[in-house]
Write a protein of this length. Sequence first.
Length: 183
Amino acid sequence: MAHIVIPYGTSEGQTARISEFIADVLRGHGHEVESLDLKHADHLLPGGCDAAIVGASIHMGKHEAYVRDFVRTNRDALENIPSALFSVSLSAHGDMENAEKYVSEFEDETGWHPSRVALFSGALLYTEYGFLKRMVMKKIAQDSGSLDTDTSRDYIYTEWDGVRRFAEDFAAGLGQKAVQSNL
Ligand SMILES: Cc1cc2nc3c(=O)[nH]c(=O)nc-3n(C[C@H](O)[C@H](O)[C@H](O)COP(=O)(O)O)c2cc1C
């Protein structure tokens, strides 16, 4: 059993939901999992953790600045344990090239090059946005051609099967490492 930490940044809550989903999958594999909302946590990876999955979402072309700070501060620790990054954006729903670009900018800015990276589609939560944000997001959706524009409802684009596969693969990687270190 490994102690896995999931430090994440979120603005409207979708990355938090994805973190909890990943945590549940990993717990199902017998691991002890701790989700850490970095907005409310201090900036050190908890001591004694065996693996980490960092999550962040995109707003105006950038991942949360406090997630970048967390990764910069903890880069050495992240490089010494099995670790992964998942990035949540609307670009991941139809514009993968852009979604990949956000991650490569994040890697350049933090100096961290995680061996596993996942790009997950986020959500358009029109009913939870204030008026201005709702109008801005509707315009972005219209311009994109791949997003929905009915502001009377929300749209969740996250593909939960893909999130489950990512978590299962991460757990399988931990299992292989444990086997190798016992050889
Ligand atoms: C104000 C605002 C700006 C956004 N900017 C971008 C963007 O530049 N590129 C993108 O792909 N998605 C963008 N998104 C979509 C978010 O990444 C998506 O809604 C995601 O689910 C947010 O995750 P969170 O709820 O964990 O913060 C934006 C969303 C909002 C509300």
